[in-house]
Design a protein around this ligand. Structure first.
Ligand code: PLP
Length: 387
């Protein structure tokens, strides 16, 4: 990456060289299919099973509860469609939040078209779902509660343990989108009281296009992909052996590094937040100051466009985003920022910077050197800015 300062780790992370090294044999000599009986295949199968153990260990699950998928989107889709299908006789009501990733929201919208009713819970101005709202909205018809662990745009960490207890008490399947948290903050399926969760390798220094779904033993979830009998007949398709090995290695490395990394990133995050607040007036931090991901910084700058800031930072070799990567191609303001109660202009003037393991204090200092003058120049050009 040479001179680039990469601050978009919530969108994707670089592949860790140790992960690449672990994957390489399965992209070259060890190319066998994990479903075959000869030794080349057995070797691949052993590697897949070893990865399953590593992923399970990272989240306090048992290996039989881990299913490999193509990533976070597939796992989230599987949870919504699979739980709805398996519990259709019980009812057709789903509870989620207004700030979920589209990987949850879009399947919910689709089910609404098929006659399901979906409750989209509001959040407060820091992005928190109120667990009592979950309790109040559960009915005899409710088959699924799905709430994200931490939000990808603003980094707010939801009170998942409390929500999980409520769902468990009421006997409703609880899915958690942990795409932004697994490998970064502790995730334990028993403390979260969840029945399923979604994992994506490329958010924890693993490869893109591979992920996993945890499904608690006994949970009623319809199979997702039909075909060969892979993944205990629940998710068919020839295994992406190299990808799975990469996810396993990334999980192993994350388990070993998490505590130290979270501490380092929290320090850099707070340095960046405080530095921006000290240097730029009319800058509003989005998301909760305390219960937030160690690597997330999200600000709205009055009277400037997020896109213009991105381009000007890019000219200075700094990669950031505004809103989430998936929606940044659209002109609609971020649904997450709107749910916090921000005005359209504030949502459009947002900038997300997400730190990663290779960022340094010097990177933060460079942003603090460049960003204030970019904001000032854009404000000078803006008819909206009142000085
Ligand atoms: N859920 C959240 C919270 C995410 O941030 C993302 C990716 O940005 C996804 C789901 C989708 O994951 P993937 O890119 O692996 O499909």
């Amino acid at each position: 990456m040479s001179n680039v300062i990469y601050l978009d780790h919530a969108a994707t992370t670089p592949l860790d060289p140790e992960v690449l090294a672990a994957m390489m044999p399965y992209l070259t000599d060890k190319f066998g299919s994990a479903s075959t009986l000869y030794s080349l295949g057995r070797e691949a199968r052993d590697a897949v099973e070893q990865a399953r153990v590593s992923v399970a260990q990272l989240i306090g699950a048992s290996p039989e509860e881990i299913y490999f998928t193509s990533g976070g989107t597939e796992s989230d889709n599987w949870a919504v469609f699979g739980v709805a299908a398996a519990n259709a006789k019980k009812g057709k009501h789903i509870i989620t939040s207004k700030i979920e990733h589209h990987a949850i929201l879009e399947p919910c919208h689709w089910l609404e078209k098929q006659g399901y009713s979906v409750t989209y819970l509001p959040v407060d101005s820091n992005g928190f779902v109120d667990p009592e709202d979950v309790r109040k909205n559960i009915t005899n018809e409710t088959v699924l509660v799905t709430i994200m662990h931490a939000n990808n745009e603003i980094g707010t960490i939801e009170p998942i343990e409390e929500i999980g207890k409520i769902a468990r008490e009421k006997g409703v399947h609880f899915h958690v989108d942990t795409v932004q948290t697994v490998g970064h903050i502790p995730v334990d399926v028993n403390s979260l009281h969840c029945d399923s969760l979604a994992i994506s390798a490329h958010k924890l220094y693993g490869p893109k296009g591979i992920g996993a779904m945890y499904i608690r033993k006994g949970a009623r979830v319809e199979r997702y992909m039909r075909g060969g009998g892979q993944e205990n007949n629940r998710r068919a398709g020839t295994h992406n052996v190299a990808g799975i090995v990469g996810l396993g290695k990334a999980a192993e490395l994350a388990a070993a590094r998490m505590a130290e990394e979270a501490q380092k990133l929290t320090r850099l995050r707070d340095m960046l937040i405080e530095g921006i607040e000290a240097r730029i007036e009319n800058a509003k931090l989005n998301g909760d100051r305390i219960r937030r991901l160690p690597n997330n910084v999200n600000f709205s700058f009055e009277a400037v466009e997020g896109e213009s800031m991105i381009l000007m930072l890019d000219m200075n070799g700094i990669c950031v985003s505004s809103g989430s990567a998936c929606t940044s191609g659209s002109l609609d303001p971020s649904h997450v920022l709107m749910a916090l109660g921000l005005k359209h202009e504030q949502a459009h003037g947002s900038l997300r910077m997400t730190l990663g393991k290779d960022n340094t204090e010097a990177d933060v200092e460079r942003v603090l050197e460049v960003l204030p003058s970019i904001v000032q120049r854009l404000r000078e050009m803006s008819p909206l800015y009142q000085r």
